[in-house]
Design a protein around this ligand. Structure first.
Ligand SMILES: C[S@@+](CC[C@H](N)C(=O)[O-])C[C@H]1O[C@@H](n2cnc3c(N)ncnc32)[C@H](O)[C@@H]1O
Length: 322
């Protein structure tokens, strides 16, 4: 009987899912809600990009390319000096999505697709990328595996790196499901090696160690046509044809980031993050005075970013210390 850890199973399922046309059907992100998100982010990023003579932006997992388009268009209109010296790298593993991105971004000459992170000065950032990285699932000394016939099975926890993670994060005595994102930790190392100087910005839904007990059954879910599947057996059954994700453990990103010289300099809810960016506030104010159907619709989308997504999504900025 062949067995795979849930981590290996999730890795394959996520890769299969994003390489197919399904990848455009099940997820719906803040930049896709309204351009105000990408514009606010561009305004925020511009303040950091200024520090560098030849800055780079590296976007991890660019989806349909909408966030890239909104950031580049905003810089073109408001900071042409920055855009003229900027290289925009996209790190993306889905050939299917790369094609969509190339088509959407064809008017921007400074966009480069990469399969390895380049050495840069600037900002590496992502929105809803880390939640797609696979996780080990453990519960009280046992780890979840998946059999050939897709039956889940709990076996004694033997993985030393997973044990070390539980110890370091103070999770050993928790009587609940805990997800261990070693791939996220490994990715931080890549980010750090890629940054000669600069910042790493993560926007995603997630939690901190203080909040972990709010998720006794863990946070892994699958999205199928915008419906959420929470039952692990069902998630495993549909794997490959559904978007499987895990909430991001921001405490782990902060803790392990320090091993690679990534110092947390800002950690906020998405709501607080957006409410501190003048571009976003101005848009909110402008829309609230207008009475066209489109403005009312847009105002409600901006509110979604602040209210239903506002607390669930977090923003972490890490600075690479040389
Ligand atoms: C939910 S989408 C987010 C898209 C976009 N950032 C947005 O906010 O609309 C996740 C993206 O990350 C990419 N992705 C997921 N795991 C990846 C990996 N291990 N390496 C490279 N890209 C990955 C997917 O193909 C997809 O483009």
């Amino acid at each position: 009987m062949a067995l795979k850890s849930f981590r290996d199973f999730m890795k394959e399922a996520v890769e299969r899912y994003y390489s197919s046309e399904r990848a455009l059907k099940d997820f719906f992100t803040a930049p896709e809600l309204d351009r105000a998100f990408g514009e606010a982010l561009a305004e925020f990023l511009a303040q950091y990009l200024r520090e560098f003579e030849k800055p780079a932006l590296v976007e991890l997992g660019a989806g349909r390319g909408i966030l890239a388009r909104d950031i580049l268009s905003y810089l073109e209109r408001n900071y042409p000096d920055i855009l003229n010296t900027l290289t925009y790298y996209i790190y993306e593993f889905s050939p299917y999505l790369i094609e969509r991105q190339r088509e959407l971004l064809k008017d921007f000459k400074n966009v480069i697709w990469v399969s390895e992170l380049p050495k840069v000065e600037g900002v590496i950032f992502s929105n809803e990328f880390f939640d797609a990285l696979p996780v080990h699932i453990v519960r009280e000394g046992r780890e979840l595996y998946v059999k050939d016939d897709k039956a889940p099975i709990w076996l004694s926890l033997e993985n030393e790196r997973v044990k070390e993670f539980l110890h370091r994060m103070g999770y050993e005595s928790l009587n609940q499901i805990v997800e261990v994102g070693l791939d996220a930790v490994d990715f931080l190392k890549k980010v750090s090696e890629s940054l000669r100087e600069g910042y790493h910005l993560v926007i995603d839904y997630g939690y901190t160690s203080e909040e972990i007990t709010r998720f006794p059954e863990g946070t892994v879910v699958a999205y199928k046509e915008h419906k959420v599947i929470q039952n692990l057996e069902e998630i495993i059954k549909y794997a490959g044809g559904v978007d499987i994700t895990a909430h991001v453990n921001f405490s782990a990103l902060m803790e392990y980031g320090k091993d690679y010289g990534l110092e947390p300099t800002l950690f906020q809810t998405q709501r607080d993050f957006l409410m501190h960016i003048p571009t976003f506030l101005n848009e909110l104010e402008k829309l609230s005075w207008e009475e066209t159907a489109e403005s009312v619709e847009r105002l409600s989308r901006l509110k979604t970013m602040l209210v239903s997504m506002g607390d669930k999504f977090r923003v972490l900025l890490q600075r690479k210390m040389s």
